[in-house]
Design a protein around this ligand. Structure first.
Ligand code: FPP
Length: 256
């Protein structure tokens, strides 16, 4: 039996030879805001108090993104699955959303924030749909921060919706199956005009994506923080950016 040569690490892999990695700041940060319920429970408060405190953390996070000149921030505020929560909580959450848009829109617009919403907006009450559309229209010319709020959003539903659009385009003779590539597919997602997230942060210690940006997360760096969302602030945001800066991003290739 021939013996295989021993596998040795290339000399350049020695720790002392490694150049510290300094990724440029992420272009797009996406956040799974988790832990509002546990935050409220720990204080013997109703869950809605946790969601209200979560909305204050949203404000701090937008300020941090502006301060760090992050161009794209996407927040997972309501998943397709969240409709299955008790009716009272769904109604509290939608009331909070209604209030948030009305009370924050002028300041967001004045700060150069462009708002977008991804998900099945049609499942919300007509007045909420109208205020989402107004907020998008009012801020459409802003460029300082692209803030996307995922509402009634599910990654699998988004992929199925894109697949249906492709099937229709093929049936109508607009494209052939051979034309289909990643760019063609991406153009039919809710996030068509957005860059993929470079960094996805999830709070509350849970370590999963929960149907968030499944297609777009292909090469995202993931950071899981042991902080409940209502306690999240500028320091956590800065620490996540520092952690990201030290990550080696290979996109499937070999290190340089
Ligand atoms: C997850 O925590 C959070 C949500 C389902 C709602 C997120 C909503 C906000 C942060 C506030 C409103 C946001 C906007 C943009 C107005 P959870 O309730 O699942 O917490 P738990 O896992 O501790 O129960």
């Amino acid at each position: 039996m021939s013996s295989l040569p021993a596998i040795t690490a290339p000399a350049s892999n020695a720790a002392s030879d490694r150049v510290p990695i300094a990724n440029p700041p992420p272009c797009h940060v996406a956040i799974i805001m988790d832990g509002n319920g546990r935050w409220a429970q720990a204080r013997s408060l109703p869950r809605i108090a946790g969601h209200r405190a979560g909305a204050r953390a949203v404000r701090r996070t937008i300020e941090a993104a502006l301060a760090h000149k992050v161009g794209w921030l996407t927040l997972y505020a309501f998943s397709s699955e969240n409709w299955r929560r008790p009716r009272d909580e769904v109604s509290d959450l939608t009331a909070l959303l209604r209030h948030y848009i009305k009370s924050e829109i002028a300041e967001l617009a004045a700060n150069g924030v462009r708002l977008r919403f991804i998900g099945e907006a049609g499942r919300f009450a007509p007045d909420i749909q109208a205020s989402l559309a107004d907020a998008e229209r009012m801020t459409a010319a802003n460029t300082r921060l692209n803030l996307t709020i995922a509402l009634s959003y599910g990654g699998r539903a988004e992929i199925i919706a894109a697949a249906k659009l492709i099937a229709r385009a093929v049936a109508a003779g607009e494209i052939t199956p051979g034309d289909l590539d990643e760019a063609e597919f991406s153009r039919r997602l809710f996030t068509a005009d957005m860059p993929d997230p470079d960094l996805i942060i999830r709070t509350s210690g849970e370590r999963r994506l929960s149907n968030f940006l499944l297609w777009q997360a292909a090469y995202a760096e993931l950071i899981f923080l042991n902080v409940l969302w209502p306690d999240f602030g500028a320091t956590h945001f800065a620490e996540a950016l520092a952690d990201y800066a030290g990550r080696e991003r290979r996109f499937g290739a070999r290190p340089a």
